[in-house]
Design a protein around this ligand. Structure first.
Ligand code: GLN
Length: 473
């Protein structure tokens, strides 16, 4: 079977009788087998995916109008999303053996439209990281060069699409975890507005930042998946009530737009020369197309990372307190009393990176330091949100590189967490402010690795963002 980049082309092939659900599942299973050394899947749902495909094929044969909109879509899911009856561990020992008692709202909505979930993929533990190396299952490798990381934390989600083991994947994006790996792997990565997709059934990292995101080969598939998952949900009060647009049907775009970029971002000392050059070439291309692209002042760029790591670790220290060795997953066999059950289960169950963040978060929330760190970071968040809003009163989009460089060698970031944190400089603004953002591939660096570029839009402007991305990608 040739590689399909869109659900539309798969559905056309099904209609022509060239393929069906079962053949698609067989094809992707063989791809999973072929790319095993990349360490993408932590669990493959082979038998049930085949069975589901068989049932759907029969339904289609009887009456093609009875199948859902996602018939033919084979999806992988990051190991932080609950899928009823399946293990979910956030790539952590602390959740070893934990079976999801219900499906995330987003997952359920896709299942209702006849998606087939082929497996659960690796990630950084509790979605904390930018390399997919912080995992109980070991690192995932980039399919473009297996000596490189795929990015993170949804690294394996990106590789699952890049290596053609599924058509699309769900990840989560708290500070760039969908967009950065998408760029490192040369695919599309979309993070919607905070509250656009329900977080019910997504294991929490930092609740005021977390959003489910989509990794795909095409903008049109991202649009369709978003349209199906988005919308109000009685199980998540932060999920917006605002009506969901038919994003996949509004993908034509013929306006001329105004785009802002930050001088401070594109002339940042940490930005790789090749990435910078490609980004400026892209800006020239946009200008040639008749769009206005201008530099604007944004004086807060260097405050984004410190504020983000204060706020997200604070929220994580609270969210992760529920993993106590009593209620979920792993319980230390070495504990001899009640208190030790807590301490040893947590000490043995969480990775070094997760423990570092829990301690940092506990520290910034502790009495005496709360105002100096947590309150201050909230003020920074507010300033960044206000400044961003002001920019959107004049401009349609903000353009940024997705990451300051292409994918790193495996092992280079693991001993230097601060260096790793700093690499999130271009992605965390969207999460701080809660706006939608999309990473699109921008060709190859001279080192052979994919480069991505990122566009952000004002809140709830997914339709504009997707249709413009479709136009220019
Ligand atoms: N790299 C960032 C972090 O470690 C982003 C993670 C994410 O978006 N889940 O916090």
């Amino acid at each position: 079977m040739p590689k399909h980049n869109t659900l539309k082309s798969i559905q056309a092939a099904i209609q022509n009788g060239e393929t069906n659900g079962v053949s698609l599942v067989d094809y992707y299973l063989s791809k999973i087998e072929e790319t095993k050394e990349l360490n993408v899947y932590v669990e493959v749902f082979a038998a049930e995916a085949k069975e589901r495909a068989k049932v759907l094929d029969q339904k289609y044969k009887k009456d093609p109008t009875t199948v859902g909109r996602l018939y033919g879509m084979i999806l992988s899911i990051k190991d932080v999303l609950c899928y009823e009856g399946h293990e979910v561990t956030a790539a952590s020992k602390i959740l070893e053996g934990f079976i999801a008692p219900y499906s995330a709202t987003a997952i359920q909505r896709l299942l209702d439209e006849d998606v087939i979930i082929i497996g659960r993929v690796n990630c950084d533990q509790f979605a904390m990281g930018s390399t997919n190396e912080n995992s109980n299952y070991g690192p995932t490798r980039n399919a473009a060069d297996p000596t490189k990381v795929p990015g993170g934390s949804s690294g394996a989600s990106a590789v699952s699409v890049q290596a053609d083991t599924c058509l699309a994947s769900l990840g989560s994006d708290t500070g760039g975890s969908v967009r950065q790996p998408a760029s490192f792997c040369g695919i599309i990565g979309m993070k919607p507005t905070y509250g656009r997709i329900s977080r019910y059934g997504l294991l929490a990292y930092a609740s005021s930042f977390d959003q489910i995101g989509i990794l795909s080969n095409s903008v049109e598939d991202a649009a369709l998946l978003l349209e199906i998952m988005a919308g109000a949900d009685e199980f998540d009060s932060t999920a917006s009530q605002s009506p969901v647009k038919a994003y996949s049907k509004q993908l034509s775009f013929d306006k001329k737009v105004k785009i802002a970029y930050f001088d401070t971002a594109l002339n940042h000392p940490n930005l790789d020369a090749g990435v910078k050059e490609e980004t400026f070439t892209f800006i020239s291309k946009l200008k040639e197309m008749g769009h206005t692209v201008e530099a604007v002042d944004f004086e807060y760029l260097d405050y984004i990372i410190p504020a983000y790591y204060v706020l997200t670790t604070a929220e994580a220290s609270s969210n992760l307190s529920r993993f106590d060795g009593i209620r979920y997953g792993y319980r230390s066999p070495n504990a001899t009393n009640f208190l030790e059950t807590y301490t040893k289960s947590r000490t043995e169950g969480f990775s070094e990176e997760v423990k570092r963040r829990i301690m940092l978060g506990t520290f910034v929330l502790s009495s005496g330091y709360y105002d100096a760190y947590y309150t201050k970071a909230q003020k920074v968040r507010r300033l960044i949100a206000e400044k961003t809003k002001e920019i959107f009163s004049t401009y349609d989009f903000i353009l940024m590189p997705t990451a300051p460089s292409t994918a790193w060698d495996i092992g280079t970031m693991s001993n230097d967490p601060v260096q790793m944190y700093l690499a999130d400089i271009y992605t965390v603004q969207a999460n701080m402010v809660g706006i939608p953002a999309i990473a699109i591939p921008l060709g190859k660096h001279e080192n052979g690795m994919p480069i991505g570029v990122q566009l952000m839009a004002d809140k709830w402007k997914e339709a504009e963002l997707l249709s413009f991305a479709q136009k220019i990608s």
